[in-house]
Design a protein around this ligand. Structure first.
Ligand code: FAD
Ligand code: EPU
Length: 337
């Protein structure tokens, strides 16, 4: 096991924040993962699990052992007439897995094309985009209990998936490391083209025969047109979750702001946080090296040498102004470390 010391985490988070890890190790197997946890226990240092670093905001140097998950493998573990069950190592890049699925004609995750990060982090917040979430194709996962060092299996119910939520962000936070995920994918696709700009993009490209590859290409095209590429401008995707507010609150806002968008849900109305933030005048605003993206105000950005604390500060100001103007609380999606 190669434990490194005082490593800059700048290359390991898509915000590009320059904080250090007191200790840092890459693990490629469950045994290496166990060894790293035992080492940290022995040294009495905390551990911090890192995937692709695309949903974290580093606000301080990390005194912990940062364990970068690079467990590999994509394996068909069961097959029936209509479905295939695929077990994927936690360290596999999510989009690479999407592309592998498309090559094999396994349907179900094409709408989730181009989401950064690892497969192991995908259940953490039940990643979603364009009308699909991983809970729709999730079968089970294996996770290492950090106390007992035993692998445990989690089925969907135990994961308590919600919108950008799971048990791993709450009751079991910091207690398990996900080592692999089993997805149930379809051999005959059910296309989801009703959401967002997918249909228009497909029509504009003149596609006659719909396929999972065509949907993936459309999603990639839409995402590239509005989300900043972290290789060019540091960011972690949507910084906040979209809030759901009571119908009565939405109706009263609609009187003052007739153009306010809203999507009815069983428990209220989901309002795009991007719209609320734009109305508060933040879109495209820059403060030193941090700011609010000019095409998508839900995305906070680091133009180069921005500090995590400055982004946190900006996020708090945005939350406060949305609260003051609309009486709507917006909550971060990003994990603060
Ligand atoms: P990290 O950022 O490395 O980790 C996130 C959290 O999970 C941390 O708390 C970490 O400790 C924990 N963790 C990581 N791996 C494990 C593991 N194996 N076991 C236990 N805990 C673990 N998200 C969406 O849902 N939809 C989108 O459309 C979307 N678009 C994005 C676009 C951009 C440009 C960017 C930068 C991000 C976007 N995201 C989106 C957010 C992000 O891609 C996802 O949250 C992704 O799943 C994070 O994966 P990661 O490996 O980078 O996780
Ligand atoms: N909007 C504005 N101004 C803008 C941009 C958007 O007012 O400049 C409003 C519009 O009303 C628009 C609405 O916001 O219709 C929604 O915008 P968009 O379709 O871009 O989606 P989003 O709600 O901002 C969510 C997810 C994304 C996901 C997309 C597509 C959350 C927090 N974010 O964004 O996920 O890719 O939908 O499904 O749910 C992420 O989680 O990191 C992420 C990028």
């Amino acid at each position: 096991m190669n434990i490194l010391e005082n490593i800059s985490l700048k290359p390991y988070n898509t915000f590009g924040i320059d904080k250090t890890a007191r200790f840092f190790v890459v693990v490629k197997s469950v045994d290496e993962l166990k060894g790293a946890i035992q080492w940290a226990n022995h040294q009495k240092v905390n551990t911090l699990i890192l995937g692709g670093g695309s949903n974290i905001l580093l606000t301080q140097d990390q005194q912990a052992l940062v364990i970068k998950i690079e467990l590999e493998g994509i394996e068909v573990v069961r097959e029936e007439t209509d479905s295939v069950w695929v077990e994927v190592g936690a360290g596999i890049n999510w989009h690479e897995f999407v592309l592998t699925s498309i090559e094999n004609n396994w349907a179900g995750i094409e709408n989730l094309s181009l989401i950064p990060g690892t497969v192991g982090a995908s259940p953490m917040q039940n990643i979603g985009a364009y009308g699909v979430e991983i809970k729709d194709v999730f079968h089970s996962l294996k996770a290492l209990n950090m106390d007992t060092l035993e692998l445990e299996e989690f089925e969907a119910e135990r994961c308590a998936f919600g919108y950008r939520e799971s048990v791993f962000k709450h009751d079991l936070k910091g207690k398990y490391v996900i080592s692999s995920v089993i997805f149930r994918l379809g051999k005959t696709p059910t296309f989801h083209t009703e959401y967002g700009a997918i249909r228009e993009t497909l029509e504009a490209s003149g596609i006659k025969d719909l396929s999972i590859k065509a949907i993936s290409d459309a999603v990639i095209h839409i995402r590239q047109s509005k989300l900043p590429d972290p290789k060019e401008i540091g960011n972690a995707g949507s910084f906040f979750k979209n809030p759901t507010i009571p119908v009565t609150h939405y109706s009263s806002l609609k009187q003052d702001y007739p153009l306010i968008p809203g999507f009815p849900l069983p428990d209220g109305v989901k309002v795009p946080a991007a719209w609320l933030i734009e109305q508060c005048g933040w879109k495209g605003k820059r403060f030193g090296d941090v700011g609010v993206h000019s095409k998508q105000p839900l995305v906070l950005v680091n133009y180069g040498n921005g500090d995590g604390a400055d982004i946190k500060d900006l996020a708090e100001k945005i939350q406060q102004s949305v609260w003051d103007k609309f009486n709507v609380p917006i909550h971060p999606e990003v994990n603060f470390l």
